[in-house]
Design a protein around this ligand. Structure first.
Ligand code: FMN
Length: 458
């Protein structure tokens, strides 16, 4: 807090300005370090409004936690840790006649010396401070009427249940929802998701979790790095150098040797629309479509396609979304590549969202500027999980790998440059496209453009 009324939050080297406040508001805000009741700044007074604005700003930066405590002795029951910037604790109303059950995506686990309740669907995780809550959660593995739970649960707290309901950790079962098992999760698009796959997706991408991701070297002082090349096995050695040459012997072998990542693009001579069309035609276009008969008795006929890269089960679940920043002949914006029609279809997004997407890619590549075209590889999850269930997500990531290599080779062949990007923000993509994160979302990214140092095609 500065003398001129400005408040900034800082952690390590990172500092964020939160605005200017009156002396009275600053005084109240001081209490945020130990805890201010949410109701205290939900009032109409000018000071309450200022503190409310400050709290929302802190929340958007992930700097607030929310304690739920017993009214009598102020013992913490749970502490809520937001995972998404929009999270604000809300209670979804429950009546005595309502029946609730835990979502099948909810899980309790040890984190350090704490027990946390999480779900890939939730915008926050709940640190459980009172072990009696664990017993109530165990009882909620079966549907429970609120009135009955109130009588029998070791620690009944309606506020907590309503907060959990708001976070989709609890489900409120309607009469038609039956037992709350998989097909009654309240969203038909979740039926095909296995638990581990949805956790994996949300915890290995940005946007729906607050853990640091990327090259953080978290345990570098505990475990030494592994060598670049695996030490050989001690067995008998057959030296292959006697049988092969290390000089490329075909145009393809030469192309493989030439391929490398390019992160710095020539913005004076950007990739052209004609080159982009050629690149997509070479690497991603639908070549033919066909149908197969039923896989099992009574099963439906399934439509398939062939494309230039391999895909598990010929599912071709991957879709391409192009964030265009600098392409000659093509306006800045977000486009979906219609691989069947070989066409780009514009999607209305804000300039700010587009900028945020490109800036994240620029950061991930430690590049001097945004990629000319940023390709987000999104998966239509249901297309592959309909058949493969528990291995669906791992197959998707393998498909992304084969697609990325295809992109690298096609770009190199055309004298263009590109770079794979290991992170993607699934929440930003969901906002831009208005597609729910578990229906269709990013699983990979590739930056494309004309590299500053021209690659000479063979
Ligand atoms: C799955 C995958 C993710 C990658 N993610 C990034 C990334 O986020 N940022 C980056 O600068 N490079 C990324 N790369 C590029 C690698 O750093 C690069 O392939 C590697 O250093 C080898 O260099 P080369 O591609 O020039 O041969 C990624 C590559 C792959 C295959």
């Amino acid at each position: 807090m500065q003398a001129d009324g400005n408040i900034a939050a800082s952690a390590g080297d990172y500092s964020v300005s939160l605005g200017q406040f009156s002396a009275a508001a600053m005084d109240r805000a001081r209490k945020l370090t130990t805890g201010l009741p949410l109701t205290s700044f939900a009032r109409q007074s000018a000071v309450a409004k200022e503190v409310d604005a400050l709290a929302h700003r802190l929340a958007r930066h992930g700097l607030l936690e929310y304690r739920l405590s017993t009214p009598r002795d102020e013992q913490d029951l749970v502490v809520i840790e937001p995972q998404v910037p929009e999270y604000w604790p809300q209670r979804a109303k429950l009546g005595e006649g309502d029946t609730v059950v835990l979502s099948r995506f909810a899980y309790l686990r040890r984190r350090g010396n704490e027990m946390v309740l999480e779900s890939p669907r939730a915008g926050a995780l709940f640190r459980i401070s009172d072990p009696a809550i664990g017993a109530t959660l165990a009882a909620l593995s079966r549907p429970q009427k609120i009135s009955r739970l109130r009588r029998h649960a070791a620690s009944f707290n309606l506020d907590l249940l309503e907060l959990l309901l708001d976070s989709q950790i609890l489900l409120n079962l309607n009469a038609q929802d039956g037992d709350g098992l998989r097909v009654n999760e309240g969203d038909g698009n979740l039926v095909l998701w296995d638990f581990h796959d949805l956790v994996f997706h949300t915890r290995s991408t940005e946007g729906r979790q607050s853990n640091p991701i990327g090259g953080a070297f978290t345990y570098a002082d505990v475990v030494p790095p592994l060598p670049a090349v695996r030490p050989p096995w001690p067995g008998k050695k057959i030296d292959l150098r006697n049988f092969s040459t290390s000089d490329p012997i075909s145009p393809f072998a030469k192309l493989l040797r030439e391929r490398h990542s390019i992160r710095d693009f020539d913005d004076q001579h950007p990739v052209t629309l004609a080159e982009l069309a050629q690149f997509l035609d070479t690497a991603a276009r639908v070549l033919s479509e066909w149908k197969s008969g039923a896989n099992f008795e009574g099963g439906p006929e399934i439509s398939y396609s062939t494309r230039p890269y391999p895909s598990a089960g010929s599912a071709y679940e991957l879709e391409l979304y192009l964030a265009v920043s600098n392409c000659e002949g093509l306006a800045r914006g977000l486009y979906h590549y219609d691989a069947g029609g070989h066409a780009l279809v514009a999607i209305g997004v804000s300039g700010q969202q587009l900028q945020a997407l490109s800036a994240a890619a620029e950061f991930a590549m430690d590049a001097p500027g945004p990629p000319q075209v940023l390709i987000t590889i999104a998966a239509r999850f249901g297309r592959i999980s309909w058949k493969y269930s528990s291995i669906a997500y791992s197959l998707i990531l393998k498909d992304v790998g084969s697609m990325i290599q295809t992109f690298y080779l096609a770009a190199t062949d055309m004298g263009l440059g590109g770079c794979a990007i290991g992170t993607s923000n699934i929440a930003l993509f969901a906002k831009m496209t208005e597609l729910e994160f578990h229906v269709e979302g990013p699983v990979g990214q590739f930056a494309l453009g004309r590299g500053k140092k021209q690659v000479i095609p063979s």
